[in-house]
Design a protein around this ligand. Sequence first.
Ligand SMILES: CC(C)(COP(=O)(O)OP(=O)(O)OC[C@H]1O[C@@H](n2cnc3c(N)ncnc32)[C@H](O)[C@@H]1OP(=O)(O)O)[C@@H](O)C(=O)NCCC(=O)NCCS
Length: 324
Amino acid sequence: MTGRIAGLGSYLPKRIVTNDDLAAIVETSDEWIQERTGIAQRHISDPLVEKPSYMAGIAAQRALEDAGIDGSEIDLIVVSCTTPDKVIPTMACCVQEAVGADGCGCFDINSACPGWLAAYNTAQSFIESGNCSKALVVGVECLSNFVDWEDRGTCILFGDGAGAAVLVADESASKNRFIMHATYNKAECLTAEARMQPKRWEEEGFLKSTMFQMNGRDVFRFAVTEVPKIITELSEKYSFDLNDIDLFILHQANARIIETIAKRLGQDISKFPMTVYDTGNTSTASIPSLMDRLKKEGKLVKGQKIVLSSFGGGLTWAANYIEY
Ligand SMILES: CC(C)(COP(=O)(O)OP(=O)(O)OC[C@H]1O[C@@H](n2cnc3c(N)ncnc32)[C@H](O)[C@@H]1OP(=O)(O)O)[C@@H](O)C(=O)NCCC(=O)NCCS
């Protein structure tokens, strides 16, 4: 048994922040941001209402609706989140309440942007080992709470949102095929210290260090080097031809990164759908919400061969091959 993706859902906050809005608070311009990143706008949550637990709950409800499954049938919820509004109960427990899945197993995973793939692979392993038959896999992020709004190098990149998938054990689904990597080399190019550290608030610079610190050039280099490599490694490990892939659904961090990866893989850019232009980088939510959008647009259809790949802090990166 392997999990078939039976439903998809997503949530984007109501408030849209354009590049011109950002140009009013930091020295930047719409032209600079669009040229370097492809991002035109991002959705920023209402901090009092659209908390990660709320966004995750709605994305999960929508995924269940899409699958035609009641929350009470779910026996596992895994949520990937780096920016939760609560540490206890976990985001997964909050989703459990939102969908009425009382009694099922629940836990969170934090693996930065590739976290949703880590959550997906974990849920698939539960299904393949016979430990569950219907799972909800959610990715949610409220990066606006962690961005330094005075740093033009990072605040232009990120947005908030959530995406979710329902996996249903199915004998006819092909085995889950994936690779995950991490390295401590260059870990310092993408960091955010935990805020709850005793006595650290008195240290000079501590508050800033709890916001995203990034060396953009190093992250860019890491992504365009490692993502083509892991996708090639995946194709060799599982013996498939990259030319047969219908869609490469990549982490939506930057259009230039995606274009460079497409070129390095020798693949046409039309196989690399993007939402980064209107969502910005929503970290772990980016892949499931892009899949949800593609499905609604009729571009994600049964039988397609798909590569998923993501990269982020850690440094971490991962890739999956799925037959949808
Ligand atoms: C962040 C990023 C867009 C910066 O683009 P870049 O071409 O590398 O730009 P640099 O950082 O080299 O900066 C070039 C110049 O633009 C300036 N600059 C940086 N941000 C700017 C902004 N928002 N608006 C205008 N100018 C900006 C810099 O200060 C620098 O000026 P200088 O030459 O006078 O020092 C790019 O490195 C990137 O996208 N990296 C990957 C980041 C990412 O995806 N992170 C998340 C991974 S999950």
